[in-house]
Design a protein around this ligand. Structure first.
Ligand code: ADP
Ligand code: MG
Length: 258
């Protein structure tokens, strides 16, 4: 189970960042007072436009960032106080962390498997299953830098699942993928959910959230403005699609940046 309680993350901007953002503020509130709960057997979708705070939230959850305020627990373990226990239980995928370009896919899979203490024969069978599913087998001896964007992403997904985590945290997992590869990825996430795992993804693609997620949390300007199973959202906004509902939420909650 994931429990995020009142998460706030404030970045301190460098002079360069302030110039780039054309702001005089030296602090950026990326996430403000976000609480959410996601449980095993569901795909929870964190939905929001670019800059809403999705990646920041997921990085805090994955122990890569420390919250400014608030607490996060994963299966009861605190992400700040017991990060190692949390890391054992999660598989994390993000666009910002790239696999080392000069290594082969198989080398990296084995390396992270050993790092997680996965036994050799289990590692081999998991590798066979994941490489086969994602069509990686014939590319397994290629260096990451030699792979196409789609194949790189599939390799990153396989590596993130090497230790068979119960909780899967994927930040924009289909971003930049063609439709066939994207479908392969979303079908796999459903399979993981159906096996009883907890999957949490971020996306800015409404149709993806619609097809994939059991529950959606909408985040706008760092604040969570809605959190419900899809049918409840449709009901509340009297619509049959997420895009209409999203725009209603956006109009009501977006604060113009001065
Ligand atoms: N390292 C950082 N330093 C300063 N500001 C950041 C940093 N990372 C993200 N931000 C800012 O925080 C806000 C939320 O970013 P992010 O979590 O990446 O949003 P999303 O993933 O929803 O697009 C944005 O305004 C972004 O510019
Ligand atoms: Mg992001």
């Amino acid at each position: 189970m994931i429990e995020i309680d009142n998460l706030t993350k404030i970045y301190k901007l460098t002079k360069k960042q302030m110039q780039k953002e054309k702001t005089k503020e030296s602090m950026k509130v990326a996430v403000e007072g976000v609480s959410l709960r996601a449980v095993e057997g569901e795909i929870y979708g964190l939905l929001g436009p670019n800059g809403a705070g999705k990646t920041t939230t997921l990085r805090c959850l994955a122990t890569l960032l420390q919250p400014t305020e608030g607490t996060i627990t994963v299966d009861g373990f605190d992400t700040v106080k017991e990060p190692d226990e949390v890391r054992k239980r999660i598989g994390f995928l993000t666009n910002e962390i790239k696999l080392d370009a000069q290594f082969t896919v198989e080398y990296l899979f084995d390396f992270f498997g050993k790092l997680h203490g996965v036994e050799k024969d289990i590692l081999e069978s998991r590798k066979a299953e994941l490489f086969d599913y994602f069509g990686i087998t014939e590319f397994k001896n290629k260096k990451i830098e030699e792979l196409s964007t789609g194949m790189k992403q599939k390799a990153a997904i396989a590596v993130s699942l090497v230790h068979n985590p119960g909780i899967i945290i994927f930040d924009e997992p289909t971003s930049g993928l063609d439709i066939v590869t994207a479908r392969l990825v979303t079908d796999y996430l459903k399979k993981l959910r159906d096996e009883g795992r907890l999957v949490i993804i971020s996306t800015h693609i409404m149709s993806e959230a619609e097809r994939l997620c059991d529950r959606v949390g909408v985040i706008i300007d760092g604040r969570k403005v809605c959190d419900a199973p899809l049918p409840e959202i449709y009901d509340k906004y009297n619509t049959d699609n997420l895009e209409d509902a999203f725009f209603e939420m956006y109009k009501a909650n977006h604060r113009e940046v001065l």
